[in-house]
Design a protein around this ligand. Structure first.
Ligand code: ADP
Length: 586
């Protein structure tokens, strides 16, 4: 793969080559198109000029042919010859004039004039030649005298132009005695030429322009209006010298040359137009190719960039994957270690719970001995009394005392059962427990302390059997700890009261144990759930109660939280609700 710089250079080279080729092709195309279009238009112009030339040559010959015959015919007419039959005799000018008028009128000639062989006018039909005479040495007079048809382009002194045919009138001895001249006007023909936009002119035998639809050219020598240009001849148009194509024809009868010119402007315009259009199109095509080259460059560049990015990405992904699988391995190891640690912790915890319970039992042993001593003492005195009553024959009193002994025994059995339950290591699998029963059992465990302190427990709970997910024995342990702490906090307070409220909230059941004691000390707030944290004096507290309770509740998927309120502390046990007893039975 070439580098970025090499790629840019390569495409710059392509661009340069394309530009050069485009410019060359555009110039060549413009040149050929211009030449071709100019050639076609010029050919059209030439063809059209040739057509005009043919038509005008015919028209010119037609006009002159008609009058050419008139001179010969008149000279041979009997009445004309009769006019000049007697040499030296007075010529009847009146008769001659009538014949001239009539011939001019009938042939629409400019004039018909009779001359003497010296060129003196005898009679001019339309008075054109009244005041002047023909030069006796002019070709017109000489040809007529030799019996030929004289003809000449003639310009009057006052500038009028006419074509003249002369013919000799022979006397009785066949010698030419007089001359008849027919003057033909070409003004009308010239007038029709002025309809043509292109110049038309006739060069007479004397090298001058005799007729033309360009007034400024008339009677001037032809070379005066022509100049050689590059390629075409230039003609003086009054607006400068302009190039024209020349179509010409020699009219042998008149010894004239008829020219029809065509301006080359249309050919020049066609050349310019087609050259510009073709060159422009080729340039456009070249620009299109340039745009394609640029686009290809951008696409190639983008492709390279994309490829580079995706390669980089692949590398990053590969590195990340490797790092991930490494950290996965580490994680797996850590999870395994953590599991082992948790297992260890659980084992330690369960041992601690047991230790805590034993410690609590130790604590309780003092009150327990009191608990058992008191009913034992009572039992002893009731038994002694019963004996005495039996000796006295007072059976009723004796029975009454025995009944009390039985009741006291039941109470002791009750206490012992609760203690057994409390001390037992709980089953790790748990089902559900009735909150009322758990609280009742906890209160039974603490019965002696409650009675001793005169504390009351007020229970506020909804109708029916509220059950929660958890083992009854361990939950009982939680509430024994909470009640015991509450009693500790309310030590020395008159009329101690523990309020227990049970509320359902969605799928959870909240049991709040609310005392009216000293409240949670600020130094205890952050660490009271830690193991071995206590604010109590040595021998009174071990700092295990809340830590154990916290873990028990957590094991059941619940939460144990603590807060102070207006008076005392409130500990809330939040547990997952279980089906009520009746629902469970169903
Ligand atoms: P112990 O009761 O052995 O101190 P606990 O873990 O049960 O251990 O309690 C930790 C500490 O939390 C107590 O020392 C006490 O400062 C605080 N505490 C617990 N219950 C209450 C309560 N009801 N009112 C005020 N403080 C309490």
């Amino acid at each position: 793969m070439p580098s970025g710089g090499a790629l840019a250079r390569r495409y710059r080279r392509y661009g340069f080559l394309n530009l050069t080729a485009t410019l060359g092709a555009a110039c060549a195309a413009a040149y050929f198109a211009a030449s071709y279009a100019g050639g076609v238009v010029e050919a059209n112009l030439r063809a059209s000029a040739r057509e005009t030339l043919a038509v005008q040559a015919e028209a010119l010959s037609g006009v002159l042919d008609k009058h050419r015959l008139l001179a010969g015919t008149l000279s041979r007419r009997g009445d004309v010859r009769a006019l000049f039959s007697e040499p030296g005799q007075q010529i009847d000018r009146q008769a001659a004039w009538r014949i001239a008028v009539q011939a001019a009128g009938l042939s629409s000639a400019l004039d018909v004039v009779f001359f003497t062989t010296d060129g003196e006018p005898v009679a001019s039909g339309l008075s054109l030649f009244d005041d002047s005479r023909l030069d006796p040495s002019s070709p017109l007079v000489r040809a007529a005298k030799f019996g030929q048809l004289g003809r000449e382009a003639f310009t009057f002194d006052h500038g009028q132009r006419a074509y003249v045919f002369t013919s000799g009138i022979r006397g009785p001895d066949t010698a030419v005695v007089a001359i008849v001249a027919v003057f033909v006007s070409l003004d009308r023909l010239e007038a029709t030429w002025s309809l043509s936009a292109d110049p038309i002119y006739v060069v007479a035998e004397n090298g001058r322009i005799f007729l033309s639809n360009r007034a400024r050219w008339r009677l001037r020598p032809e070379p005066e209006i022509i100049r050689a240009g590059s390629g075409a001849l230039l003609y003086e148009t009054g607006e400068g010298w302009r190039a024209h194509l020349d179509a010409s024809r020699f009219l042998p009868l008149l010894d004239w040359e008829l020219h029809v010119l065509s301006g080359t402007a249309p050919a020049d315009i066609a050349r310019l137009l087609w050259g510009a259009i073709t060159g422009g199109l080729v340039l456009l095509a070249g620009l299109g190719v340039q745009a394609l080259i640029n686009r290809q460059y951008v696409v190639t560049l983008r492709g390279r960039r994309d490829r580079a990015v995706s390669l980089r990405l692949e590398r990053v992904v590969r590195d990340r994957t490797r790092a991930l699988s490494q950290s996965n391995e580490t994680l797996k190891r850590e999870v395994h270690e953590r599991r082992q640690a948790e297992e260890q912790l659980r084992r330690t915890q369960s041992e601690l719970v047991q230790t805590g319970k034993l410690a609590a039992l130790g604590q309780m042993s003092v009150s327990l001995s009191h608990e058992f001593n008191q009913p034992l003492a009572a039992t002893k005195s009731y038994a002694d009394n019963a004996l005495k009553y039996l000796e006295l024959g007072r059976g009723k009193e004796a029975r009454d005392n025995i009944r009390r002994i039985s009741e006291l025994t039941d109470r002791m059995a009750d206490i012992s059962r609760h203690l057994r339950n409390f001390a037992r290591k709980p089953n790790p699998t748990f089902g559900n427990a009735s909150i009322a029963k758990v609280i009742e059992d906890a209160m039974a465990v603490l019965g002696a302390r409650l009675r001793e302190t005169g504390a009351r427990v007020e229970l506020d709970m909804p109708e029916g059997d509220v059950r929660v997910r958890g083992g009854p024995v361990r939950l009982q342990q939680v509430f024994v700890n909470l009640f015991s702490n509450a009693l500790d906090a309310m030590e020395g307070i008159a009329d101690p009261l523990i309020e227990v409220s049970v509320r359902r909230r969605g799928h959870r059941t909240l049991v709040a144990v609310h005392d009216h004691g000293s409240g949670i000390a600020p130094e205890a707030a952050a660490s009271m759930f830690d193991p071995f944290f206590t604010t109590k004096e040595v021998g009174k507290g071990m700092g295990m109660g809340l830590s154990i309770s916290y873990n028990i509740v957590k094991d059941f998927g619940g939460r144990l939280t603590a807060a102070n309120h207006d008076e005392g502390a409130v500990f809330t046990v939040e547990l997952e609700s279980a089906l009520e007893a009746s629902e469970a039975a169903q």
